[in-house]
Design a binder for this molecule. Structure first.
Ligand code: 3H9
Length: 708
């Protein structure tokens, strides 16, 4: 038998243990091992019933996702997957009890459903999360789940991909019993109870499959929901089709439909991108030269300086993770306003069902407002979130340096300023780094962790680990202007404004990029964030601009008119009292006349050019950042853009998207823009080199990983 699966006995009960750390994925060897065990059990007269269980913390985390890339690249053959193994389990002459702890996800739940019974710990979770990888269940999950849980629940689970807790799964009929205490002992006792009963085969349980009349509205609602919530994504709709097949076709034919849809999804660009994202989110936590076992500083108490929108949001993030936090501001009115905002945000979360009132009450108790630095001597971490100005930040950091205990982490939430310069006013630059949260801080998942030239490994390791505890994706970046995300965002927005100045309408630019998959168009995003923010930064850095290089001007002119975006009721759009954007013909007319003044020829701009100019501007800057070492890997840039800038996950991030298009093609198009628009479009040397060598950013990441 395979090393990954062990067969033992507890008197008359056979025990099959899957032991493939860390998550008992169904890697090669695991299905074969289970199959051998079933053969052995069938022949063994001493075995009356069987328990299948996972070793360690979990049952089965699903198919081995690494295998999918091998299949789509032709490195391994595609068999019939797990289908035949699952039939064998279901046809086993002895009752099979699946004992679930941790998770039974994807192929894990499919294995579980092929058993005759399922028992689980109270903390276990089950789910068909395949859509999150751009695929659908591929081993009859879409066929067996509706037979256990009913059509509505199965559609929801397969199309949304969210996990279901054990108690709910019990109610839905996916589980048969919850076990208190030791799972294996409970499962063995359960197996003895049912050993002489006729074992029910899930594939024959058709009574929950409903009628056409009952099911039609369920599928219609699910399709509408999927089209809205998962815009442009193919897998959720395919998952619904597969579950529908379970209700209209016999089991075997339903499985064939599922198989065909699964294969189509697996070979799609969307699935490849989403699998890249799955591994990418885990990869960014790995920092070369900072080993996994680097000692970290426990963060038991924290403080935030500045009770504005960002400071309040950051205090909420810390409190939500159970960390007591001091929230300091310089004057009482600002502190009161900040606290009122925090309370309003929490009240909204309760209204939307995200948190319960008791949870919120507990969190609010953890946030202690203060006007002084008293008690700062006891905190392990301070995050400064005062107004974005170097002089003020320096003042705060020299105060913190005097007050905070040795070993405390001194972090700045700056989005643009130089961390080394901030650190220079302290006696401990090794304790200083940037923690760049994204607005709203309590919602957005991204946290750029900015490494100064003296920041210690221990502090970085602590903040990377803390980001996970805070529910954030922490990505380590270098200390350049705008760090990674905003540095790339600048040319992206610049191109969107150029396009408007050249004759595209504001609505067209936004719509084309929204249709590409961005959460919002760049101009609407500017209105939301406040056009004055970029305007102020541009004014501050104007002296660094190279003379003779084209600058986007229309946004600045809007600011000069007081049109800052949503907060002033007008920016690129006008806004009604519900902050709904209304296209503004006045803006179109003004931009046309300003462009005429400067002599920018007006033309019709095709959608393809809008996408290429904006997205390739991101890619080109991303390539520079990568080469200069401000991002560790291309995938780090992708994860930043997916979690902080609304880039569509099914395109894998800007760098992955460029790989998908082909770097030669991207490079050639950038050269074409350079000929038309000048040196702003000079191709990044790294992009030029990779394109010439026929390589990808992903190749480069692999090469770096191999060298590490
Ligand atoms: C599927 O099942 C298709 C079927 O229908 C059958 C088709 C025929 N494979 O997340 P963590 C790695 S599709 C390979 O940090 P946690 C992960 O990369 C699959 N590797 O731990 C990481 O590696 P490293 C459906 C996997 O405790 C390590 O395990 N299933 C897999 O926070 C630890 O992971 C899913 O989509 C895998 N399936 O969370 C479930 N899963 O240490 C995906 C994890 O080198 N997985 N790894 O970075 C999860 O949701 C979480 O990983 C899980 C554990 C909840 C299991």
């Amino acid at each position: 038998m395979s090393q990954l699966v062990q067969f033992t006995k507890d008197n008359d009960i056979g025990i099959v243990t899957i032991n493939n750390p860390p998550v008992n994925a169904l890697s090669p060897g695991v299905p074969e091992g289970i199959s051998d065990a079933i053969d052995q059990i069938a022949k063994d007269d001493g075995v009356k019933a069987v328990v299948i269980i996972g070793a360690g913390r979990t049952f089965i985390g699903g198919a081995d996702i690494k295998e999918f890339g091998k299949m789509t690249s032709g490195m391994t053959e595609r068999g019939d997957g797990l289908l035949s193994l699952l039939l064998k389990i279901e046809d086993c002459p002895k009752p099979v009890v699946m004992a679930i702890q941790g998770v039974a996800y994807g192929g894990g739940l499919e294995v579980a459903m092929a058993g005759h019974y399922r028992v689980a710990t109270r903390s276990a979770q089950v789910g068909q999360p395949e859509v999150k990888l751009g695929i659908i269940p591929g081993a009859a999950g879409s066929q067996r789940l509706p037979r256990l849980a009913g059509v509505a629940k199965a559609v929801e689970m397969c199309a949304e991909g969210n996990p279901v807790k054990a108690e709910e799964a019990l109610k839905a009929g996916i589980l048969d019993r919850l076990i208190e205490g030791d799972l294996l002992s409970g499962a063995i006792a359960f197996a003895r109870e049912i050993a002489s009963e006729r074992a029910p085969k899930t594939r024959e349980r058709n009574h929950k499959l409903g009628t056409l009349e009952q099911n039609t509205p369920i599928f219609a609602a699910a399709r509408e929901n999927a089209s809205k919530k998962h815009r442009n994504m193919t897998a959720p709709l395919a998952a619904i089709d597969a579950v529908e097949a379970a209700t209209t076709l016999p089991f075997e034919e339903g499985c064939q439909v599922e198989r065909k849809l699964f294969t189509e999804c697996l070979f799609s660009d969307q699935s490849k991108a989403l699998i890249h994202v799955f591994f990418g989110e885990r990869e960014v936590a790995k920092i070369p030269n900072i080993p996994k076992d680097t000692a970290v500083t426990p963060v038991n108490r924290a403080a935030v300086v500045g009770a504005g929108t960002m400071g309040g949001g950051i205090a909420m993030v810390l409190a939500n993770a159970g960390i007591p936090v001091l929230l300091k501001d310089a004057d009482q009115a600002a502190l009161d306003r900040g606290l009122a905002n925090v309370q309003k945000n929490y009240a909204n979360s309760v209204k939307r069902g995200r948190f319960t009132q008791p949870f919120v009450d507990e969190r609010l108790k953890l946030i202690k407002p203060t006007l002084s630095y008293d008690d700062f001597a006891h905190v392990d971490l301070v995050i400064e979130a005062v107004f974005e100005g170097m002089a003020l930040k320096k003042e705060v950091f020299s105060d913190l340096d005097c007050i905070c205990k040795p070993g405390a982490i001194l972090a700045s939430n700056t989005s643009t300023l130089n961390i080394d310069e901030i650190a220079s006013v302290t006696s401990r630059p090794e304790a200083v780094l940037g923690t760049h949260f994204f607005s709203p801080a309590n919602v957005m998942r991204l946290l750029e962790i900015v490494r100064g030239k003296a920041t210690s490994k221990q502090i970085i390791a602590t903040c990377m680990q803390l980001s996970k505890k805070l529910g954030k994706v922490g990505v380590l970046v270098g200390n350049c202007r705008g760090f990674v995300g905003n540095r790339m965002f600048h040319p992206y927005v610049r191109e969107s404004v150029f396009l408007v100045e050249e004759g595209a309408s504001v609505e067209a630019v936004d719509k084309v990029l929204y249709d590409f998959g961005m959460a919002m168009g760049p101009l609407a995003t500017g209105d939301l964030a406040g056009l004055d923010v970029g305007w102020r930064i541009r004014k501050e850095y104007r002296h660094l601009e190279k003379p003779g290089i084209r600058q986007a001007f229309a946004g600045d002119r809007l600011c000069e008119m007081g049109r800052y975006g949503q907060k002033t009721g007008a920016g690129w759009y006008r806004y009604d009292e519900n902050r709904r954007a209304i296209p503004d013909p006045e803006v179109a007319a003004m931009v046309r006349s300003w462009s005429a003044e400067i002599g920018i020829p007006q033309r019709q701009i095709p959608a393809e050019e809008i996408v290429d100019r904006c997205i390739y501007a991101l890619v080109n800057e991303g390539a520079r950042i990568l080469e200069e070492g401000y991002a560790l890997r291309a995938v780090d840039i992708d994860i930043i853009y997916l979690n902080g800038y609304g880039f569509p996950s099914y395109r894998g991030g800007p760098m992955w998207y460029a790989d998908t298009v082909g770097l030669r093609k991207v490079h050639d198009r950038i050269c074409e823009f350079q000929r038309q628009h000048g040196e702003l479009w000079e191709p990044a040397p790294l992009l030029k080199r990779l394109a010439a060598e026929g390589r990808t950013f992903a190749d480069l990441d692999k090469q770096k990983a191999a060298a590490a």
